[in-house]
Write a protein that binds this ligand. Structure first.
Ligand SMILES: Nc1ncnc2c1ncn2[C@@H]1O[C@H](COS(=O)(=O)NC(=O)[C@@H](N)CS)[C@@H](O)[C@H]1O
Length: 439
């Protein structure tokens, strides 16, 4: 992609409304634009990152056996009246009237709707286990939206919903999602720690939040240092083996970890002081087991092996893709800007032409762009008329993992400079070598 043909509204100054670094950098890097309170447009650079985050989530949900669907954002209030949550949900729910004056709402979550889908088709335990998920926009009229997309009113959520015959099956479904989350956040370059959590308006009695440690996090968390070095399940994890998955969950829930709502001071004293980590954290995922909370009032039941009817035992599993974009920046930035982990970077390489219009520089840039692109790399070619200093600042700000710097002196010697954004390491090498190294 040529920068001269892209849409990247970089801000030179720090926007005063941004209180935390991710909000500041997302605005300055031209990734988002605020459209209203807690409501944002995703501009081209931001949308590329959001899509990569969603793709990793999708791959790991599919690996764990969940099936992707897509449900509407606007829901009928009648469904929520069946579960009893229409009144309970409170002021966070955006309530709407349609032209026939029917009560509608902009979905804050989809437990009722997915239960309606389930009860319409699934009648036998032989059709279980079933886990349906979607990646869909939600609206929650947060009393205090802030920190940009970290706590917005309209936000993207992956929400998965499992259905099983009994608690044993539902616990196995919960465990599969738990392990899937460990893999998901690791692939984004994040260290997420599962913590026993409160269940709130979703309900149930078994819940874990997945928290990444960051000093700007809204949650206060306490955990054993052991979590920082546990090895994350590999791509060969057998999600069909309940025992194997259960062992992984046991390993990841034995050392102490709790959010402040669930913190147990007595248990905490059993953790050696040298092993105690008390920090701020960002909740990037939250999983719940809630049994018959929705299937019973909505009469979603299956015939069991005993020939009797059983209300499905359910769970729901949320991840915040739009929040994750901000969380990744909180976890990976420096004073010059964002440092994208390769797996979610909007482009792999920033190609910087220090002297646009110079025949040799233009030629070498075109050659490198063609070679790297045909090698499958996403290249953002800064062919703008900015001065070199401004180009370097932009490249550091938007945080692409690699920069290739093409200058007149270098090309005269048949060389270019490559720079790794994370380490800051620079290396001058022959053009052919650069193609090989980054291609
Ligand atoms: N206001 C918000 N802005 C951005 N992301 C949010 C917001 N509220 C929640 N999220 C993200 O959405 C995830 C899931 O939200 S939740 O309320 O915990 N869970 C649910 O709604 C369940 N229905 C899971 S299917 C959270 O872990 C968080 O990462």
């Amino acid at each position: 992609m040529r920068l001269s043909r892209y849409f990247l509204p970089i801000l030179k100054e720090n926007p005063r409304e941004a209180e935390i670094v991710s909000h500041r950098l997302m605005l300055r890097a031209g990734m988002i634009r605020q459209q209203g309170q807690g409501s944002f447009s995703w501009l081209p650079l931001g949308k590329r990152v959001l899509d990569k985050v969603c793709q990793i989530i999708r791959e790991e949900q599919n690996r764990a056996g969940a099936l992707e669907i897509l449900m509407p954002t606007v829901q009928s209030a009648d469904l929520w009246r069946e579960s009893g949550r229409y009144n309970d949900y409170g002021k966070e729910m955006l309530r709407i009237k349609d032209r026939q004056d029917r009560d509608m709402l902009y979905g804050p979550t989809n437990e009722e709707m997915v239960t309606e889908i389930f009860r319409a088709y699934v009648k036998s335990y032989k059709d279980l286990p079933l886990n349906l998920y979607h990646i869909q926009w939600k609206f929650r009229d947060e009393v205090r939206p802030r920190f940009g997309v970290m706590r917005s009113r309209e936000f993207l959520m992956k929400d998965a919903y499992s259905f099983d015959l009994d608690f044993e099956g539902a616990r196995a479904a919960y465990n599969r999602m738990f392990v899937s989350y460990l893999r998901t956040f690791t692939r984004m370059g994040l260290q997420a720690i599962p913590m026993r959590a409160d269940t709130g308006p979703i309900g149930g009695d078994l819940s874990h939040e997945f928290i990444i440690l960051a000093e700007t996090g809204e949650s206060q968390v306490f955990c054993d240092r052991a979590y920082l070095t546990l090895d994350v399940p590999g791509a060969n994890t057998n999600f069909s083996n309940d025992a194997e998955i259960g062992d992984i969950v046991k390993k990841w829930t034995t050392p102490y970890a709790a959010t402040d709502e669930m913190h147990d001071e007595a248990a905490w004293t059993n953790v050696p002081p040298s092993e105690q980590v008390s920090a701020r954290g960002i909740e990037v995922g939250h999983i719940f087991h809630f049994g018959e909370k929705y299937s019973k009032p909505m009469n979603a039941k299956v015939t069991g092996p005993d020939g009797k009817d059983h209300f499905a035992s359910g769970g729901s599993y949320g991840i915040g893709p739009s929040r994750l974009v901000a969380a990744i920046i909180e976890a990976s930035h420096d004073e010059n800007g964002i440092i994208w982990p390769e797996a979610v970077a909007p482009f792999d390489i920033g190609l910087i032409n220090m002297k646009v219009g110079d025949g040799e520089c233009d030629r070498v840039c075109a050659e490198l762009y063609a070679a790297l692109t045909s090698a499958g790399r996403d290249v953002l070619y800064d062919d703008s008329d900015q001065r070199p200093g401004g180009k370097f600042a932009t490249a550091d700000l938007i945080g692409l993992p690699w920069q290739v710097i093409v200058g007149p002196r270098g090309v005269a010697a048949g060389e270019v400079e490559i720079k790794n954004r994370k380490s800051g390491e620079r290396e001058t090498l022959p053009i052919a070598e650069a193609k090989k190294r980054l291609g």
